[in-house]
Design a protein around this ligand. Structure first.
Ligand code: KIV
Length: 278
């Protein structure tokens, strides 16, 4: 990892050099700053925001305003990583014109470097138009959470021959439309490997095995901060949720016992001035 900014070209160079690309989600300034300092290559302001930050049941209620707002905060915290704004549900489904305008807002107002959107052939006209507007795009295939109602739940995708063939076709179509990478979510490892081998652009896996060109995880999942459910593909690298509860309990206890705030956390006052106040 060098201090050089990670750009969309870095994604392609990394694939050529067989170097893995790291991606994590971020939704706020201080977390983005920490992850950037740790050396992550790219930060995704994912619509997972809806579930892990806003407490919704799924991602469908997230708006363009939500993503723009959180993206601005993330962008302020980053020096090196590429910031990617997730296009939320319905922001790129109605018309090509509206899709380009919404993608433009992510760049102009959200200070993102690129956008991500879900789907293949069904959205290819929107992808082409956004790329034509000079906005870098990442595709997203497999389990696309915005289609949760169509899939009937959060399920592994691409297990049948028909589904697998469609995913390969969609990946090639997206590459041809000009996306600079594709996220593969909840895809069997052999299929993700095959797609990775077929493409010149990198694949970023989440629940898609180790042969993808990079990996992405939701930061709250990876740090053990989100306890509503834990997908099979998540590895928890820390238990910050437990650590936060321990710290919080200690704070409550010390505050009740008047151990906190102690002298070092307290401002003094001149005794003469004080005596005149009584
Ligand atoms: O919204 C999100 O966080 C995502 C990742 C899971 C890829 O789309």
């Amino acid at each position: 990892m060098s201090g050089k900014k990670f750009t969309t070209s870095s994604f392609i160079e990394a694939k050529k050099k067989n170097e893995k690309i790291s991606m994590l989600t971020a939704y706020d300034y201080s977390t983005a700053k920490l992850l950037d300092e740790a050396g992550v290559d790219s930060l995704l302001v994912g619509d997972s925001l809806g579930m892990v930050v806003l407490g919704y049941e799924n991602t469908l209620q997230v708006t363009v305003e939500d993503i723009v707002h959180h993206c601005r905060a993330v962008a302020r915290g980053v020096k090196r990583a590429l910031v990617i704004a997730d296009m939320p549900f319905l922001s790129y489904h109605v018309s090509v014109e509206e899709s380009v305008r919404n993608a433009g807002r992510m760049i102009q107002e959200g200070n993102a470097h690129a956008v991500k959107l879900e789907g293949g052939e069904e959205v290819i006209d929107k992808v082409r138009a956004i790329v034509k507007a000079q906005i870098p795009v990442i595709g997203h295939l497999g389990l696309t959470p915005q289609s949760v109602n169509l899939f009937g739940g959060f399920k592994v995708q691409g297990k049948s021959e028909e589904q697998a063939k469609k995913m390969i076709q969609d990946a090639l179509l997206l590459q041809e439309a000009g996306v600079f990478a594709i996220v593969l979510e909840c895809v069997p490892e052999p299929l993700a490997k095959l797609i990775t081998e077929k493409l010149d652009i990198p694949t970023i896996g989440i629940g898609a095995g180790k042969y993808c060109d990079g990996q992405v995880l939701v930061t709250q999942d990876m740090l053990g901060m989100f306890s509503d459910f834990k997908p099979k593909f998540v590895k928890q690298y820390a238990q910050l949720g437990e650590d936060m509860k321990i710290a919080c309990k200690q704070y409550i206890e010390e505050m009740r016992d008047m151990e906190f705030p102690s002298k070092e956390h307290t401002f003094a006052m001149d005794e003469d001035v004080l005596s005149k106040l009584y």
